[in-house]
Structures are given as structure tokens and as C-alpha cells.
Design a binder for this molecule. Sequence first.
Ligand SMILES: NC(=O)c1ccc[n+]([C@@H]2O[C@H](COP(=O)([O-])OP(=O)(O)OC[C@H]3O[C@@H](n4cnc5c(N)ncnc54)[C@H](O)[C@@H]3O)[C@@H](O)[C@H]2O)c1
Length: 362
Amino acid sequence: MTRIRTALVGAGVIARQHGVVIDQLADRLELVAVVDRDAAKGQELAAKHGGAVFATLEEAFSAGPVELVVVCTPTGAHGEIAIEALERGAHVIIEKPAEITVERANRILAVQERTGRIVSVISQHRFDPSTEIVLEKIRAGELGRITSGVAAIDWWRGQSYYDSGDWRGTWALDGGGALMNQGVHTVDLLVAALGRPVEVFGYTATNAHERIEVEDVAAAVVRFESGALGVIHGSTAVYPGLVARLQVHGDRGSAVIENDKLTYLHATPADAERAEIAMGAQGGDTNQAAQYFDADGRPQVAGTSVPGAMGDAHLFQYRNVLAAIDGTEEVRVGIAENRRAIAIITGLYESTRTGRPVALEV
Ligand SMILES: NC(=O)c1ccc[n+]([C@@H]2O[C@H](COP(=O)([O-])OP(=O)(O)OC[C@H]3O[C@@H](n4cnc5c(N)ncnc54)[C@H](O)[C@@H]3O)[C@@H](O)[C@H]2O)c1
């Protein structure tokens, strides 16, 4: 099988992870081009993982065929590059979030539909073993009717982080702050668990940083099409940085994922009677998570890897993209899915400006 000629655009922090994954998939992928406006960044990445260095995608395509383009630039530059890649006939992997607004994400989707190429938006935590288990329990009805969920991203980013790149913390290129950049992963998991969001209300504030245009704390409530309600707390102003947590609750069970690890699960199989509990609290001794993970968080499920190991989750998502290119699997996180998380976050920004709930149409 010939290898897929791959170009990586934007050779910064996250591109290193993609370089590692492309190496791991060397039997299927060949890194032929590294594109960065900053030649030194491009050269550094190419020296480790291969590929010729270019300043623009146009130059990379002029030098030879490119079949897959991986977009790792600042978020507000994703759309332009993804659309150029699609127009030139390539499949595209875009780092999260797809773009800074739903409208811009829709532009990519329209070109994808016209060109018929594959587009996948990185949301690697959907591929964590913990997430897969929870989503499977939901699909099987073992959490019952999903009533509510909580997405908490209680992190810290120092001022030095925001000062490390002039795009960070800007509306034009970051598209938002603690939620759009960091929290989007967990918001996307909330969407994966609770479905289509229809309304959001909340507040944002900038309480612990300077020289950023965007929020470092956000608090929101979301209503989903199913009637389930979600709560979001997302922050980069929680010193020294605590947990990223997803809670999913239903009338037959609950699940909690903390830092990519399944820490609580109670599921009631479809053919089992749900025990009547008049006043439940604290989960009792009903935690079933241990059957999937040992006390150190190592999975006991064959074929999965240690939660929190970043490379593995990206690798799993790449495998899904390769299977989609081969025609054996559907893309699991495309633009249509990722824009739901973007809609919640940009809806929250609008809600903050207007003081009103915002209807979401995604
Ligand atoms: N999946 C994850 O866990 C994860 C983690 C970090 C970042 N990200 C996402 O990855 C993207 C990049 O983040 P980063 O932290 O790597 O940023 P970064 O600033 O470290 O790297 C961005 C690179 O893109 C280059 N660049 C900027 N505009 C360009 C253009 N038009 N053409 C070519 N190169 C260009 C810059 O010179 C820089 O080298 C963001 O969308 C971010 O949200 C995802």
C-alpha cells in the first residue's frame, strides 16, 4: 500500500504531538511537507520527523502531491488553510476547535461537502478508553434517561503562557479564552454524552490575567434537545490547576471522568431491575469503575491504553481518519459534531454580552 503523502501546517506546540503520531503510523503516512511562516519552527519539526520545509501550503503543493493536510495553526487561521487544502483535493485533519465561530466552521463544511474529502477535527478525548466506555453505556441505555451533566475545567495558565504567543488570548485567533481554547475538550465530551444543545446562558469574566482580551473564567448552563441540562465551569484562573471533570447522570446510572480516568460508574443493564433508592447520595459502594481500570488508572480492557497519555488519544483519532479514508469507518468527529461545542461557547459569549439566554442552531 502506498503511503499517504502528508503535510503539517503550523509547527508549534501541538504539531510535535502530530509529528510523533505520524511517525507511529509510518506504515500508512509519510510526512512530505512541514509548513510554517516561521522557517526555524518548520525546520525544527522537519529535522525530527522528516518532510521539506515551506512557508505556505501553496508552495508545498507546487513541490509535489499532498493527500492529507494536518492544520495546527492558531485557531482563527484553521478555516482558510483547511479550505485551501480541500480545494486542492486533500483530506484534512484540523486541530481543535475547528474554527472560532460556527459560521466559519460551516464554510469548511460546505467545501468539504462539495469536494467529498474527509475532514476530522481533533477532539482526542473522545477516543480515551474512559470516554468510550461511558458513551457505550449511554448508547446501551444503561445510564437510563440522561438527566444532566457537568463539565468542569478547573485549570491554571500563568501569565507566561498567555505571553508566549501573540495570538493567545485574542478574539481574532484564539476565538475566546478558557473555554474556547482549554475547555472545548470537555464541552465536546458533554455534547458527546448529552447530544444536541439548544440554549445556553451564562457569564464570563477575566479575573486573574492581564493583556488578554478573552475570559479566564466562565460559568454556563446549557439546555439540550433531549431535555437534559448541563452545567459548565471552565477556567484558567484556578491556581495551581486542578481537574478536568465530566459528570453524566441518568435515572439508571451515573459516570464521572476525572483527568481522562473513569473514577465513578454506576450502570444498570437493560435487563436488570433498578433497585429502588429512596434517598441516594455519595454513590454508596456501587462504583463499578474498578472493573475497567485498576487502582493506578491502568485499563483492564484489552486494546486500550493508559488514560491521559496524550499521544495515544491522538493516535486513536488518526486511526479513525485512516479507516474513514479506507472507507471502513465513519469519521467520528467531523465539523458538524465539533461545531456544537463551538456553538455553546460562542453562544455563551453572546449571552454574556446581552444578559440573555441564546438559542443554538446546530
Ligand atoms: N488537541 C490538543 O490537546 C491541543 C493542544 C494544544 C493546542 N491545540 C490547538 O492547536 C492549535 C495550535 O496551537 P499551538 O499551541 O500549537 O500554537 P503555537 O503558537 O505553538 O503554534 C502555531 C504555529 O503556527 C504557525 N503559524 C501561524 N499562522 C500560520 C499560517 N497562516 N501558516 C503557517 N503557519 C502559521 C506559527 O508560526 C506557529 O509555529 C490551536 O488551534 C490550539 O487550540 C490543541
